[in-house]
Design a protein around this ligand. Sequence first.
Ligand code: BGC
Length: 528
Amino acid sequence: MPPAHSEAAISAKSGGAYVWFTSLSAALGGFLMGFDASVISGVVGFIEDEFQLNEIQLGWAVASLTLTSTLAMLGAGPLSNRVGRVAVLKAAAALFFVSAIGCAFAPGYSPLVVARMLGGFAVGAALIVAPMYIAEAAPAAIRGRLVSLNQLNIVIGISAAFFSNYLLLRLSQGQEPLIAPERLWRWMLGVEALPALLYLIVLQWVPESPRWLQLRGRGEEALATLIRINGAEGGRSEQEAIKASLAAESAGKPAGFAELLRPHLRLVLLIALTIGIAQQATGINAVFFYAPMIFEQSGFGDDAAFLQAVLVGLVNLLFTVVAIVFIDRLGRRPLLFAGLAGIAVFMLLLSWTFDRATYQLSDEAVAAAPAEVRESLAPLAGAVFDDEGDLRAALAGAGVGAEGGLESELVAGAVRVDTTLVLIGILGFVACFAFSAGPIMWVLFAELFPNYVRAAAISFVGLVNSGMSFLVQMLFPWELANFGSSLTFLVYGLVAIAGLAILARIMPETRGKSLEELEQALAPRRES
Ligand code: BGC
């Protein structure tokens, strides 16, 4: 038989399309996660009115999802050891579906929160189990790009929610709207049922992770999948390597969180924690969720929201594709380091641009201020301040303090800044994030840790990453008010430099090596 028709060649060939299908299917979880995170921004105004919510209730409607997704992140890794990676993804898909339907038909505020919380469990589980599953099934040569599909899906999901909200809003307007305006927010949350259902359906054809099957002693099934992906020869030798890796550790049983304290895991844990913290502490979600405010403050006016969705979303998408193209060709190190250096450059540019800004209160702004402070503000109208702090001090002197939002509003209206440089800074930053820290963090999370402890490890580092995201978003408005924009962006730039300095010293190149080769090189067990 000619070699092209050998069993191995045929399997390897069909394995190509097959593993792309299974990876893309698993990565749909990323789409749902991104969609869920950003869809709520279009909904809050409507539910606030309909249910007459106070600030705490409104905050809870948004943040309750974060709470359950955090819990799920901790539990999903260990659970996936017990029931399987794909089993957890199927449960997440079902929860996404139930949550979307529950939100659409929620009879009141509390049921709505409960439905969102159910979705939160799905978000946390999909976020960490999908990349882990993909890495465990992927051939080493294309593992980077397959895992990056998850990040691509997150990014598409974030933009899709914006466009879906926009489209539904249009359908609810006009003389004879297709959607009753009072039901608009229900549609916004409910449409997610469709991709959730699709997720549940495609997962039926996705086989369990071969590394998990082997971990559970189901060697024959593991081999069948490995052969389907890598061809007969490649599949058998992969299985031998996996067996050897499992035999070397904790009697072949999956390990829990306590295992992470062992010395041979110190290096991989340190690498993962550094990138997990740097990915968020360089400010991506502050820029993402506050972009309209930043654009508004920079004088882009009413186009701010549009600019955010279209430009930021498009740049994020485009440069994530750049990462997918190059991550297995150039490797993780060059992309990550170029990206972190770029992040530092654009953050420093933003810091410098805001440092050169001047501030001038207009007569109109003073005239529009509440009556009780209008008179004391009058002498400030027209005066030019070189520094945001000086303006804030002058406002304080006129009786306008940091609380209540008036101060920020006046500062935002007063700033005169080079808007072109702000736009370049923000888009440049998003581009650099998208081809580096965005996808590469998930790739490293999924490939750095040994087979037997991967699930617990990714639960832990995923949680640290999400905690950091929460902190950065929470602190951002406070930092702007207390330190000013220039110093806030400077700090993000310095974090990027620190991350680059640390990772350049400790992070190895992981491109093209099998998970078992990486385990040997990065976390060899010391006989004890
Ligand atoms: C991060 C998210 C972020 C997104 C932006 C993801 O990798 O985990 O926090 O919003 O990238 O593209």
